[in-house]
Design a protein around this ligand. Structure first.
Ligand code: F6R
Length: 366
């Protein structure tokens, strides 16, 4: 059932070209410049006019929510707040019937996320779900939503469900942009055309496995690691750090790259691997200067770069190339090498990759 792979996690990493394609199917029509959401129904009008969106989730799904925040604010120009479900539910949140709350949950059973939705519904908000497991408690409770269609995820560490959630949020962002007129038709056509090609670029990106494995061998004995990114690559950094800590038990932290000098820079020495997401996008130059700061202090730099990059390549100790794509879609590609990195390090350390200690696939207690 592992389809010839050593672990479910590896199989699920490799499934991502297919799972993203399944998530896009029937929802985007690049030639027409159209996004269609079947599960929205009677809420289309409310979505179009909403003043604020609140995303609630836990763990990896919360990271996907942060990517969603960047996308929805950038393209649809709607303010988004991303909340840990466990904090939201106990904070007496300010919420009304004008709000839309989006819950993100692979399992659809996470207790804190469910409880957050109960409060939001009680206070009159419209509830949307982005879930993977069909018919689970959360999708049954929501007013409307999207399934990610990633297929069953067995590995406890979330991989294809995360990219599925990011894909669903990308679709929602462009749907909202279309409905609200915050994007021109020609731009929408261009974005959707690029988005439709993402599964092919994911296929390309998956070829980095051998390269990442070599890098993993070099860093398998590290005690700590830092993951840095800017913009929508910041949540990718958080996700890379979470993946590493949960399956390899290496202490890792994700930070917005510019925050480094407000504290974590003190950690940097020759033994600290620092993973940068340094793709060619709006914040490239800023990230390059952050790389210089780490280099000057002797940190070991692993950088995820855009194919053909030369500047970061000349500075970093190790680079992993991913294909060029628009800023909007970088998280879907940049996540993949980080999944491989944590996977190989965990295997090399003899860890139980699919069932890490102390973790459960679905957290049904608060
Ligand atoms: C990490 C991971 C967890 C889950 C979190 C929420 O790899 O899997 O952080 O993302 O427990 O679970 P769901 O998405 O099922 O609500």
């Amino acid at each position: 059932e592992k389809g010839g792979y050593d672990h479910f996690m590896l199989k699920e990493i490799y499934e991502q070209a297919r799972s993203i394609k399944d998530c896009l199917r029937g929802r985007i029509y690049p030639a027409l410049g159209k996004v269609q959401l079947g599960g929205i129904g009677e809420y289309a009008e409310k979505l179009k006019n909403v003043d604020r969106i609140i995303i609630v989730a836990c763990g990896t799904s919360w990271h996907a929510g942060l990517v969603g925040e960047y996308l929805i604010e950038e393209y649809a120009r709607i303010p988004v707040e991303v909340e840990y479900a466990s904090e939201f539910r106990y904070r007496n949140p300010i919420i009304s019937d004008k709000d839309i709350v989006i819950a993100i949950s692979q399992s659809g059973e996470t207790a804190d996320t469910m409880a957050a939705l109960e409060i939001a519904k009680e206070r009159g908000a419209t509830i949307f779900g982005i879930c993977n497991v069909v018919g689970a408690s959360i999708p049954r409770f929501t007013d409307a939503g999207l399934y990610t269609h990633a297929g069953p995820e067995i590995g406890v560490a979330s991989t294809k469900a995360f990219t599925g959630q990011v894909t669903a949020l990308t679709i929602i962002a462009f749907y909202l942009a279309q409905q609200r007129g915050t994007i021109t038709q020609s731009k929408l056509i261009a974005y959707l055309t690029e988005l439709e090609g993402i599964p092919t670029l994911v296929e390309e990106t998956l070829k980095c496995n051998d390269r990442v494995k070599e890098i993993a061998a070099r860093f398998k004995d590290a005690n700590n690691a830092l993951f840095l990114g800017r913009g929508s690559s910041f949540p990718v950094a958080l996700e890379g750090a979470l993946k590493l800590k949960e399956i390899s038990y290496i202490h890792a932290e994700g930070y917005p790259a510019a925050e480094m000098k407000h504290g974590p820079i003190a950690l940097i020495d020759e033994d600290l691997p620092v993973v940068f997401i340094a793709t060619k996008n709006a914040s490239y130059e800023k990230v390059v200067s952050n790389i210089q700061e780490v280099k000057a202090r002797g940190g070991k730099i692993i950088a995820i770069v855009t194919e053909g990059d030369t500047i970061v390549k000349s500075m970093a100790d190790y680079v992993i190339e991913i294909p060029q794509t628009d800023d909007a879609f970088v998280p879907l590609l940049a996540t993949i090498p980080l999944q491989f990195l944590s996977y190989h390090i965990a295997v090399m350390r003899g860890c139980n990759v699919d069932q890490p200690r102390n973790l459960a696939k679905s957290v049904t207690v608060e």
